[in-house]
Design a protein around this ligand. Structure first.
Ligand code: ATP
Length: 939
């Protein structure tokens, strides 16, 4: 009976004290069919989405205050104070001080906004990968986002699932849950469905309940949802685990260090200028003007626009990656992805398509072949080229029955109208044809499809022979076992890795019943297994045993089994993976395959994809277990394929690779992959097949489970990194130029400070900031994946960047100082000319700095239209400052004459010419020494 729609509970009862029937009644849900669609809609309205409201743990004020703890901003505040005091003393309006404070405020505010936006963006991205759950509604199992759950839903729990809501267990088979998220207790709790507990039972001891945010480590269960969202136990805890991490990225850390260097460097320079100035004068007269110079220098040295540009770059990188199906869960991954030197990838689903089709079944007496494609349960059976009717082949039927019973997947027909309806007649031109969809593990789904081709349907078989016990599949055991109830008794079915299942058999099924398994037959089976695996086929072994009772420990009866046969399935390598492996090789990145599958299957697929050559070997997990630490180090240096591995081997492999200074990206999908994912420099979880636990442990989630996506993300990481380097050298080169120009004026005996703090702020924020933002949008340079990875530990100044900045800064200063010395004698506008020259020179620099070694004429001007618009806008704004009277007054500029403007243009263009000449020089040097290729001057 389907209960009436309506609200299940007005006040939440102590669910653990109720029997299952009472719980279902209270929740007004059908214990066999779940809720109806109407009930779900009503409850969704009433209870809202099943979501926790994330909080970051820091108050908004704290976040805002943190923005001002930066040493550069603190220095600017000090500068503003001194500048205000000077202005007031001279009876002037302290506009420099106000502008500086405004910029400080803006910078802090922007940082605050960026930080909260980054938090929100990360939270939104995380939601994209938010877990989906299997629920039963209207008697149909379906997969839905966990946020859509309502009280009363029946939810399937499997190993690796993060429990999506609080609920009463309706079934629990071997169910072990880690409740650390709630109770802090890391040891798994064994759950039970059929008990009723006293009202005062502690949360951690409520065996018949499961709680949101805790993790299923083992087993299977069905949960009747009792509360969702903020009404759950986890929701009641004030600061939530779902909070988004906002750890500083390595780059932000480097930038903070850079801030320190700049601040202390400029203070030292200020001291020199003041001392030299006073010594030159021989008295204290120039003190005020030296103080003004110092203030300008202090403002000039701080790259005010840089933090915003960096945040935007990282955000753009994250967006670009998600467009390519790589979802970033931790921000540092955006910039460190480009450093990956080794990718350790699973095979099934990542390097292969994970669209399994059973192609062969080998029993004691026959070798069958199957036809058919995809998950459509239509196809035929052949033996030695002759068609076979499965109903007349009991050995075949026995294998197929075993694989259906030992199976948690679902194959569902979705009836959809096919063909075009004739609008004039109401009759469809073709009958409706079903499309088939699967729920669960593709390996198991493929087995259901094969059985359906022989007319064996899971639903009816399970109805005749219900499952009474099970040990679900796990990567450690590499097999799954169930006990079913048959007429007159019970039967165990085991399916899994052929070697492991065969080890547990002592008999083999034949037409007469069974016979003892001789060594020879055993070897024959293993040979056939190897032959199938060597073709790249994924092979499972199947066995059975009659039982008279339900075993108390299923593992104990997994012996003396009767062998039924081998099942081979085809899982094609992904075509795009082949290309991606080749790209990795060109990019100096090693690809390792680490799989639970058979060695020969792994080798066949790895060869096909180009991961190993024809003579390369693979190593098995068993061998890894026996290796000493040194042997393992030696092995990971040369071996690219690891087969039949368990999750703990993955951890050892990552650690060994890291000991060799490799920067490792590692994929994983199972619960037990979490330690290896955490250990890896970039842990990568599977968006489709991955468990919630593995996603939680990862830095990045592949939305399409595809190896090629990892390579795309690495490419984007490299682009982000090279763009960051590009605008850092662009911005800081100009800062150095400004500081030196300002410092030179008093030393060269010029009467006034060439640039006011306000003008410097303008340059750093507008004329440097806008083009720098555009440079952050620069697309990948060709060849970005033809270079070896950069070291994650390298300083931002590595690969010649520091030297470039100093060269450019000094050149900036020399050209400007020369111009300053010439024009100072002829025009009163010399200060505005210095200001304009520095600004316009940066425009030329921006265009030239786009490429490291291509000349401007060789780059496509339209490949980054943002830069064109940024340069145009900046030039117009600069002219506005010269020719709009109000702005002129405010910024203290003068209207330049045409000739003066030409002189500024001429001197400005020298920077562009210099950068282009440098490129030619480095190209020439590279060309003249082909045997020792040198990296481009800066990347
Ligand atoms: P990868 O580690 O590359 O994803 P995999 O899927 O083969 O590859 P596991 O899932 O650890 O790795 O499986 C290991 C072995 O266990 C498989 O080779 C197969 O023999 C067996 N196996 C896989 N899935 C099942 C299943 N659902 N039931 C029983 N045995 C299975």
């Amino acid at each position: 009976m389907i209960p009436a729609a309506g609200s299940p509970v007005s006040s939440a009862p102590a669910w653990h004290t109720l029997t299952l029937a009472a719980t279902a009644q209270k929740l007004q849900t059908d214990p066999d069919r779940g809720l109806t669609t109407q009930q779900v809609l009503q409850r969704q309205q009433e209870y809202g989405p099943n979501e926790l409201i994330a909080t970051s743990g820091r108050s908004r004020w704290q976040v805002l205050l943190d923005q001002f703890s930066n040493i550069m901003l603190l220095m600017l505040i000090a500068v503003a104070a001194v500048s205000a005091a000077l202005a007031i003393e001279e009876g002037e309006f302290p506009k420099d001080a106000l502008a500086i404070l405004l910029i400080v405020g803006l910078n802090g505010g922007l940082g605050y906004l960026q930080e909260s936006r980054a938090e929100k963006a990360l939270a939104a991205l995380k939601k994209l990968a938010s877990p989906s759950v299997r629920v039963e509604r209207d008697g149909l199992w379906q997969e839905i986002p966990a946020s859509k759950l309502v009280p009363g839903d029946r939810v399937l729990l499997e190993a690796g699932v993060q429990i999506p809501a609080d609920g009463r267990l309706a079934e629990a088979v071997n169910l072990q849950v880690r409740e650390a998220a709630l109770t802090g207790e890391a040891v798994a709790v064994v759950k039970q469905a059929d008990c009723v507990l006293p009202a005062d039972t502690e949360l951690g001891e409520r065996r018949n309940m499961a709680f949101m945010g805790t993790e299923v480590l083992q087993g299977r269960g069905i949960l009747l949802v009792t509360s969702t969202g903020m009404r759950t136990e986890l929701g009641k805890v004030a600061t939530l685990l779902q909070s988004v991490e906002t750890e500083p990225t390595p780059l932000q850390r480097r930038m903070n260090q850079l801030g320190n260097v700049l601040v202390f460097g400029s203070l030292a320079l200020v001291a020199v200028v003041v001392v030299v100035g006073l010594l030159q004068a021989g008295n204290m007269a120039p003190f005020t003007s030296l103080l003004e110079t110092s203030l300008s220098m202090a403002v000039a040295v701080v790259p005010e626009g840089l933090p915003a540009v960096i945040t935007v770059t990282l955000a753009i990188g994250t967006q670009r990656m998600v467009r390519r199906n790589a979802l970033i869960r931790r921000l540092p991954a955006v910039e460190t992805l480009g450093s990956v030197t080794t990718i350790c990838s699973d095979k099934t689903g990542t390097l292969t398509e994970n669209k399994m089709v059973v192609t062969e079944i080998v029993t004691a007496s026959h070798h069958y072949h199957l036809t058919g494609t995809g998950y459509i349960p239509q196809g035929s059976f052949y033996c030695r080229g002759e068609p076979v009717d499965p109903q007349g082949a009991p050995d075949l039927l026995a294998v197929l029955r075993a694989t259906v019973f030992c199976n948690d997947a679902l194959l569902q027909a979705n009836i959809q109208p096919a063909g075009v309806r004739n609008p004039r007649s109401a009759v469809s031109s073709q009958p409706p044809s079903p499309t088939w969809s699967i729920l669960g593990d593709p390996t198991e789904a493929a087995l259901l499809v094969a059985a359906a081709k022989a007319n064996l349907q899971k639903a009816s078989l399970q109805e005749q022979c219900p499952r009474v016990q099970e040990l679900p599949f796990s990567s450690e055991r590499k097999r799954m076992s169930v006990v079913i109830q048959e007429k007159g008794g019970f039967r165990v079915y085991v399916k899994g890795s052929p070697e492991l299942v065969l080890e547990r058999c002592d008999r083999i099924q034949n037409a007469e019943g069974w016979r003892w398994l001789s060594e020879e037959v055993r070897q024959d089976i293993l040979n056939t297994n190897d032959q199938m695996a060597a073709q790249g086929t994924r092979v499972l072994g199947v066995a059975t045993l009659e039982l008279e009772w339900i075993p108390s420990n299923l593992e104990e009866v997994e012996q003396n089994l009767i062998w039924l046969g081998l099942v081979g399935m085809h899982d094609a390598p992904r075509p795009e993976a082949r290309e991606a492996v080749a790209r990795c090789q060109a990019a100096g990145i090693r690809t390792l395959m680490i799989t639970g599958d058979h060695q020969l299957t792994a080798v066949a697929i790895a060869r096909d994809l180009g991961i190993i050559g024809p003579d390369d070997r693979a190593v098995e997990g068993r061998a890894l277990s026996r290796m000493s630490a040194d042997e393992l180090l030696e092995t990971v240096r040369t071996v690219n394929v690891y087969a039949r591995v368990a999750p703990e081997h993955k951890l050892r492999i990552v650690q060994a690779l890291q000991k060799q200074n490799q920067f490792v990206a590692m994929t994983g999908d199972g619960v037990n992959d979490a330690p290896a994912l955490r250990q890896a420099d970039i842990g990568i979880a599977m968006g489709i097949t991955g468990t919630d636990v593995s996603k939680e442990a990862s830095d990045m989630v592949l939305l399409d489970d595809n190896f090629a996506t990892i390579v795309a993300a690495i490419e984007e990481g490299r682009v982000v990194y090279s763009n960051i380097r590009r605008f850092v050298k662009y911005i800081l080169g100009s800062n150095i130029g400004e500081v030196l120009t300002v410092a030179a004026a008093p030393i060269l005996g010029l009467g006034a400070v060439p640039l006011t703090p306000l003008q410097i702020l303008w340059m750093n924020l507008v004329t440097d900031g806008l083009p720098a933002l555009a440079l952050a949008m620069e697309p990948a340079e060709p060849g970005v994946m033809d270079k070896p990875p950069f070291s994650p530990k390298e300083s931002i100044f590595a690969q010649g960047l520091g030297a470039y900045m100093v060269r450019i800064g000094v050149f900036f200063a020399i050209t400007t100082i020369i111009m300053m010395l010439i024009v100072e004698n002829y025009t009163l506008h010399w200060r505005t000319m210095v200001f304009t020259t520095l600004c316009v020179a940066q425009m030329g620099h921006a265009v030239a700095v786009r490429s490291n070694n291509k000349l401007i004429v060789e780059t496509n001007p339209f490949s980054n239209p943002y830069l064109f618009w940024a340069v145009l806008a900046t030039l117009l704004l600069q002219f506005a400052l010269l020719y709009v009277p109000f702005l002129r007054n405010f910024f203290g500029t003068e209207a330049l004459t045409r000739d003066e403007l030409w002189i500024c243009m001429g001197f400005s263009s020298l920077i562009m010419v210099w950068v282009e000449m440098e490129k030619l020089y480095f190209r020439w040097r590279q060309g003249s020494r082909p045997s020792q290729p040198e990296p481009a001057p800066t990347t």
